[in-house]
Design a protein around this ligand. Structure first.
Ligand SMILES: Cc1cc2nc3c(=O)[nH]c(=O)nc-3n(C[C@H](O)[C@H](O)[C@H](O)COP(=O)(O)OP(=O)(O)OC[C@H]3O[C@@H](n4cnc5c(N)ncnc54)[C@H](O)[C@@H]3O)c2cc1C
Length: 389
């Protein structure tokens, strides 16, 4: 049973209903084939773009839906409930638009944002490198200024939509140190930009992830986003919102696993009763349902802070940590509820479990989320309760 949502407006409730219709009619029939054949569903992103589902949290003048994050994330969760690879793709596309939307000049935004938000130009986000994942400040890719151009060299790793994207948001060094990183928007057709073949992954196989090789890639200075040296700040600020996206995707995946497990437990019988009537199993399902609700409440609470313009870095890390750990547990327990068949590829549960694992790794591993949370706790002034020890 799909999540019973409380939406802030009737318009946003209609948007959820539209999304459910579209994903069950247009996406659900494609999932198994693309995941089994490891093919990238480019047309699906075009369709989502035409439906306005790639531009929800962005301003109307650029073709955006001007929706609060509280609404965008629930739409994203609905997409991920049917197809996690596409859910991740929509979230990464939004992340790749972030730098342009927040740090681009009005000219840059006018020129490139509408085509990205409309789905004509798919984005990718290139921060990680083979030797610098959790520690992006350790990146080595270089951007050397030569007159009115930058020349980029280096290797970016783990690029979602690698080899499929039309525009790459690339972080590269223009100088030494943490403040020596800058951000660039590089068209895929630029000479010297090459993609490796897709990584052979445990899951999310319809979402292509590749290394991107930059060899004397020449781009005009007008393709730098923000000032020189602002790249890491732009990247990390984008990840605050990106982590909310991953929290919503993980919650959608867990909702799908819960729905499948409950459906199965209502009709599968042992000892003459539906297994859902066996207390030990209904308690397992109860814990799974509680975990999904807690994940959704946690990302919505962080989203509302973002919508109010309040700082939300700590809350975004908590939401990513809670929702992705819960998704791993709920998808694992869902396989358990189905017993032997849960372990076969005849049911989607084993795929959900494989897909959930990477959500604890990308957009900052969950160890890194704890580091972010711990640091922000350390930075806060504590309130002393009178009489306490
Ligand atoms: C499918 C997929 C898609 C991805 N998409 C993108 C993308 O589109 N763009 C992009 O830029 N990146 C992307 N990534 C990269 C992802 O963000 C990194 O894999 C992640 O940040 C971890 O970096 P790493 O793999 O280098 O692991 P490492 O940084 O080498 O970490 C290895 C282990 O050490 C732990 N660790 C590291 N440092 C610490 C510390 N200080 N304290 C405690 N534990 C620590 C980590 O938590 C992890 O468990 C993707 C990765 C995958 C798998």
């Amino acid at each position: 049973m799909p999540a019973d949502r409380v939406m802030p407006t009737s318009e946003s409730a209609d948007l959820i209903a539209l999304t459910r219709q579209l994903v069950s009619k247009e996406l659900a029939p494609l999932v198994d084939t693309h995941e089994a054949n490891e093919t990238f569903p480019r047309e699906t992103f075009r369709l989502l773009g035409e439906a306005g589902l790639l531009s929800l949290p962005y301003p109307e003048p650029y073709g955006g839906g001007a929706q609060p994050y509280e609404v965008y994330l629930q739409v994203l969760e609905e997409i991920a409930t049917v197809w996690a690879s596409v859910g991740v793709g929509v979230s990464v596309h939004a992340l790749s638009c972030f730098a342009l939307a927040e740090f681009g000049t009005p000219q840059q935004r006018d020129q490139w944002l509408p085509e990205m938000l409309g789905g004509d130009r798919l984005g990718a986000y290139c921060l990680s490198e083979p030797q610098a994942g959790s520690d992006p400040a350790g990146m080595r890719a270089r951007a050397v200024r030569q007159g009115d151009e930058y020349v980029l060299n280096g290797v970016k790793a783990w690029t979602t939509h690698g080899g499929q994207a039309d525009l790459y948001t690339v972080m590269a060094r223009t100088d030494e140190g943490r403040n020596g990183i800058s951000c660039f928007l590089v068209p895929a057709e630029t000479p010297g930009l090459e993609s490796d073949p897709p990584e052979r992954k445990m899951g999310l196989t319809a979402s292509h992830t590749t290394a991107i090789r930059l060899t004397d890639v020449r781009i005009p200075v007008s393709r730098r986003l923000g000032a020189e040296g602002e790249g890491l700040r732009i990247a990390l600020k984008g990840l605050d919102s990106g982590r909310l996206g991953i929290a919503a995707v993980a919650t959608g995946l867990a909702q799908a696993a819960l729905d499948a497990a409950v459906g199965y437990a209502q009709q599968r019988e042992t000892f003459g009763r539906a297994i859902i009537e066996h207390q030990a199993l209904s308690f397992l399902l109860a814990d799974m349902a509680a975990a999904v609700e807690v994940s959704r409440a946690t990302y919505l609470s962080a989203a509302r802070r973002r919508d109010l313009g309040l700082p939300f870095t700590q809350q975004a890390s908590i939401a990513k940590l809670v929702a992705t750990d819960n998704a791993m547990r709920v998808t694992t327990d869902a396989v358990q509820v189905l017993g032997g068949v849960g372990y076969t590829r005849d049911f989607p549960l084993e795929r959900y479990m494989r897909e959930a694992k990477v959500m604890q790794i990308f957009e900052g591993t969950n160890q890194i989320q704890r580091m972010v949370i711990g640091r922000s706790l350390g930075a806060k002034t504590h309130i002393h309760i009178a009489g306490g020890t």
